[in-house]
Design a protein around this ligand. Structure first.
Ligand code: SF4
Length: 344
């Protein structure tokens, strides 16, 4: 009960620090003369959305339509909603390279990304995290909500007598990371300090960069350590369970920034050449109960490259593309994990 209450307090604290940019949103609606407006927020912030809708509607006169679908990243634009509105506000992510993909160019004009910058003070948690840095230098990264605070975090580390490097990113900001892009962690040091909440990003950082990750949560003030080898072992075991597969379901994600049919067809061809039966399966959200019925020995996921990690305890192995290439004998085990996994 206490831990549930604590969680709710943390969520409320977190929410209160985000900049929803409502004044800019209302200004833009008026400037564009938008009559219908769409709102898409990540799961944890859906409690806010009715208040936001009411305020926008009252102050602009626009009809506001809320997306009830998932919102995991900039790869996950609610396309059906986007088609029926004049402008769609997508919260919590930055426009990324995914949107440069050909089928998505049309959407860039209609979708406005609200980054939800957090005003939480990162100084205290970074001061606490410094004690965990083993070497002289640490790479410094953050999710988009805290990317603007990285310089301040760097100053804290330097003040403690250590060095900090903020790496160049393929994303909008230096030091910014995504669940599938850790290009900013390609820096000359063995440890990364990651500012943000939850385990999704630090787990990916450790897994894909092979570095030791110190995760610093500025809301809970919790410091957690992630070691690459432990995480990689779990994935190697899943690959090992797939080595004898006689048939595979190749999942094609239908979310706008994850769709890659040509890659799925290519993998199917390679599997068939190796004597493995292969079937293409399209899905929006990839969930265990939706996979249960298929009579195949394993699944390969061509959508979000991090989804396979959610299926560690699933009765059948679910592999990423690179992991399946190991099964096909086309990739070495040591070449599976790279800091940017989306573009393969
Ligand atoms: S990690 Fe997955 S959900 Fe997140 S941005 Fe990348 S593809 Fe999208």
């Amino acid at each position: 009960m206490i831990s549930r209450l604590y969680k709710l307090i943390v969520i409320a604290m977190e929410r209160d620090t985000y900049d929803f940019e409502l004044e800019q949103i209302k200004k833009l609606i008026k400037e564009r003369g938008a009559k219908r407006v769409g709102l898409q927020l990540p799961e944890g912030l859906k409690t806010e959305v009715t208040d936001i809708a009411a305020e926008i509607s009252k102050d602009t006169g626009a009809e506001v339509i809320i997306s009830g679908n998932s919102c995991y990243g900039a790869c996950d634009i609610d396309e059906k909603l986007e088609r029926i509105v004049d402008v769609l506000f997508h919260f919590g992510h930055t426009q990324t390279f995914f949107l440069k993909k050909e089928p998505l160019l049309r959407k860039v004009k209609k979708v406005v990304f609200i980054e939800l910058r957090s005003s939480v003070n990162v100084k205290l948690v970074v001061e606490k995290a410094v004690a965990e840095i083993k070497g002289d230098t640490v790479g410094l990264v953050a999710t988009v909500q805290h990317a603007h605070a990285l310089k301040e975090a760097k100053a804290v580390i330097i003040h403690s007598g250590k060095k900090a490097v903020i790496g160049k990113s393929r994303l909008k900001y230096d030091g910014q990371i995504l669940g599938c892009d850790f290009s900013s962690a390609v820096v000359p040091c063995k440890e990364i300090l990651c500012i943000g909440s939850g385990s999704f990003h630090p787990v990916g950082l450790a897994l894909y960069t092979g570095k030791r990750v110190i995760a610093a949560d500025p809301f809970t003030m919790q410091i957690s350590i992630y070691e690459a080898e432990e995480l990689r072992k779990k994935r190697y075991m899943t690959i090992a369970r797939s080595l004898d597969a006689k048939s595979v379901g190749i999942i094609v994600g239908m979310k706008s920034g994850q769709f890659d049919l040509s890659e799925a067809i290519d993998l199917k061809k390679k599997a068939v050449e190796k004597g493995i039966g292969a079937y293409l399966i399209v899905m929006d959200d990839i969930e265990e109960d939706k996979l249960l019925g298929f009579k195949v020995d394993a699944f390969v996921n061509t959508a979000c490259p991090r989804v396979a990690e959610d299926f560690v305890h699933f009765e059948k192995p679910v592999l990423s593309v690179k992991e399946f290439e190991v099964v096909l004998g086309e990739r070495k085990w040591e070449d599976i994990f790279k800091p940017f996994s989306f573009k393969r």
